[in-house]
Design a binder for this molecule. Structure first.
Ligand SMILES: Cc1cc2nc3c(=O)[nH]c(=O)nc-3n(C[C@H](O)[C@H](O)[C@H](O)COP(=O)(O)O)c2cc1C
Length: 483
């Protein structure tokens, strides 16, 4: 991506599925960087097909998938004309694992292709895709699917993406790639593997050439950025510097974690990034975390940033996939001054602090959380552990406690863990229905949630992504925008 086209506003990737293609496309059409979430796209895609693919967009994109037979097989398995019957559970998608089946590979690659294809369809604007480093098994085929659709930027946070830049280089040359699993306490040194040529050849296809997207690392500390610059196995094209007020996952505070009276991690002045270090690195950077105000965009630019990355303000706009009833609950809370976001140190099975909007009827409600029987049927936060026999197993601290203990996990690691997979997919209206109940949703947003009040309309109608962008760019010098 040429420097002249660098965006001022990046609409942050928001999983699961909140920043789906219509949102990213709307942002991109305004000359800024729209980012689709790549997290759990296989499940999101399979469930949308089972809901009848309203509008036919997924089928339209699938028909352009460059490997013959894949579209037909996926449609055969998941598409339900007219959608599921009321109360019928979604058909399961395979759990992420070290060696994906042929079907799983096709689903992952096609789902990522379709999301990027639709976001980019019919215009020249830029589209990025966001992944979490801590969600490992789907990463390589997902990257390849997004690249097949011409994704412009890959953004990755929640972990240390040292080998991702080189992976993008190799995929762009059609070469096989590997990803070492991060050690998340399971004592494994396994590597994930993906060979694009093998994928194509075994299906009788010659794959089209793919371009190397830019790579932006999402970091909270300058020390991680300097380390990445030294150790990354390829080019880093940008940094998103995300502070602890941002929605979704946050980095842990430095040093031992101390909690306040609400049992939230205490962040202090040491838990920020030294921008002077980033200015010296000479790589474009964007600031993220409570930046949804034109003054804060201008401040960021004055501090040497290219612009800002914003999530929360986009999460509740018309084009986001967040359920309409949840958007309205949030609007009501914001309007009445009751919007409350808690930084929960335990909720995420990834072991990072996670922002949770305190709303009734969601998993933020302690009684509802305790009443929910634990299930692990999506499995994105499972991490690998070494089994006694030398093979690899997978476990998640939010899975049923007995299963976790049987898999060698520690009881204390299960406390307060919420099944983000099921709860976040429920927040975009794709929650599983089981035993007569719908999975309860969970909503994440940044500490600046109350600032969404700037955009909320008196008639309760949703504001648009375009309104947010117009507002954020107010008074920003034209030389800094691509509008
Ligand atoms: C609903 C929601 C989901 C998010 N999910 C992700 C995610 O999957 N990956 C990621 O890197 N960041 C995620 N974020 C963080 C955003 O990309 C962005 O950096 C952040 O929201 C910026 O701070 P703000 O919330 O104060 O605008 C999420 C944020 C929100 C509000």
């Amino acid at each position: 991506m040429a420097a002249a086209t660098l965006p001022t506003i990046i609409q942050g990737g928001m999983g699961i599925g909140v920043s789906h293609w219509p949102l990213a496309r709307a942002v991109s059409l305004r000359g800024q960087l729209g980012v689709v979430s790549g997290t759990a796209l296989d499940a999101v895609f399979a469930r949308r097909l089972q809901d009848g693919d309203v509008g036919g967009h997924l089928r339209r994109a699938l028909s352009r998938f460059p490997v013959p037979g894949v579209a037909e097989r996926l449609l055969e398995r998941y598409f339900i004309d007219g959608g599921r019957l009321r109360g019928e559970p979604y058909r399961a998608t395979p759990l992420p694992t070290l060696q994906p089946s042929a079907h799983q590979l096709e689903l992952l690659i096609a789902a990522n292709f379709v999301e990027v294809f639709l976001a980019k369809d019919g215009h020249e604007g830029l589209i990025g895709i966001n992944y979490l480093r801590k969600i490992e098994p789907p990463t390589l085929p997902s990257l390849f699917g997004a690249m097949l659709a011409g994704v412009d930027v890959v953004l990755m946070g929640a972990g240390i993406p040292t080998t991702i830049p080189g992976t993008l280089d190799r995929l762009a040359q059609g070469l096989a790639v590997e990803l070492p699993l991060e050690d998340q306490g399971g004592g494994t040194e396994a590597r994930l593997h993906f060979d694009p040529q093998e994928f194509g050849a075994s299906r009788g296809a010659t794959l089209p050439p793919v371009a190397r997207p830019d790579f932006y690392a999402i970091v909270s500390y300058d020390s991680l950025a300097t380390m990445l610059c030294r150790k990354a196995n390829g080019r880093i094209d940008g940094f998103i510097i995300e502070d602890y007020t941002a929605g979704g996952h946050n980095a842990r505070p430095r040093g031992p974690m101390r909690l306040n009276e609400r049992r939230e991690p205490i962040f202090g002045p040491r838990d920020g990034a030294d921008l002077a270090v980033f200015r010296q690195l000479g790589i474009p950077f964007w600031l993220a975390g409570t930046r949804a105000h034109p003054d804060r965009v201008r401040e960021a630019i004055q501090a040497g940033a290219q612009g800002v990355q914003v999530g929360t303000a986009f999460a509740f706009c018309a084009e986001s996939a967040m359920r309409g009833d949840l958007k309205q609950l949030v609007y009501d809370a914001v309007r009445s001054g009751r919007a409350d976001v808690l930084t929960d140190p335990l909720a995420s099975p990834a072991g990072l602090p996670f922002k949770v909007v305190q709303l009734d009827e969601t998993l933020a409600d302690q009684a509802l959380f305790e009443a929910r029987p634990r299930h692990c049927d999506l499995g994105y936060f499972r991490h690998a552990y070494a089994k006694g026999n030398g093979s690899i197993g997978w476990r998640c601290p939010a899975e049923p406690v007995d299963d976790y203990l049987q898999r060698g996990g520690r009881l204390e690691d299960t406390h307060g863990r919420k099944c983000l997979c099921n709860a976040l997919i429920a927040a975009i209206g794709l929650g599983q229905h089981r035993n007569g109940h719908d999975e309860p949703p969970l909503v994440t947003a940044g500490q600046g949630l109350s600032e969404v009040a700037r955009y909320i309309r008196a008639d309760g109608q949703c504001y648009t992504a375009g309104e947010v962008i117009d507002d954020l760019l107010t008074g920003v010098p034209a030389a800094c925008t691509n509008d």
